[in-house]
Design a protein around this ligand. Sequence first.
Ligand code: 13P
Length: 244
Amino acid sequence: MVKVVAGNWKMHHGPDAARRFFSRFRPKVENGSVRLVFFPPDLSLEAAIGSTRVPADFGVQNIHWEAAGARTGETSAEMAREAGATLALIGHSERRHIFGETDAEVDRKVGAAARAGLVPVVCVGELLEERRAGRLEEVLRRQVGAFAGSLAGVAEFMVAYEPVWAIGTGETATPDDAAEAHGIVRDALGTLGRAPVLYGGSVKPGNAAALVSAPDVDGVLVGGASLDPDVFARIAEACGGAGS
Ligand code: 13P
């Protein structure tokens, strides 16, 4: 499977910065050796899509589950699709832990993305306390179990394993930690098919190749290190050379 190299810009890079990013982003990878995906802020989506010069897919960082309505500040899956997104990040740990998004809401968003024809990229991951208490498997099975039903019959989706303690902290799961968690996610997905499972949490040029070489790790979801075009290009290069 071609490795997925996805950048989640979070609340960074307005339209001008998005255009500047793509004027410098030149990964030295063979055409098609990695699948590049970007999740810019909604307001930068059009600028990003219009200025990229490499093959890449674009997604939004969040959606509401309703198609339209009185939901001030929200964006629907249909609107995201109309604006050029083909994927939607759902249930990112910052949505769950800063904005209080629940498993039930994540499930509704997965259903909405699928109905609108967006590829759901659903995030799961345990807190440090949960890991220390030996609850990794229980937490991942609960999170995956909450949305798996909404993925039945969905042609394409991805799951991102992002341990909360590794996000933006400089702490990275070891390739063995990632392989263990990805194995649990894959098992919890059961018969849904061989979807890519991405690792996220302090991915850098120096650790990307080892992470994507671990069993069941099909790519990376990169936060901070995706903001600099040279650094993100080096991550893409590292993953492109890692094979399947
Ligand atoms: P960092 O790469 O900054 O740790 O963020 C990971 C992440 O949350 C990607 O979605």
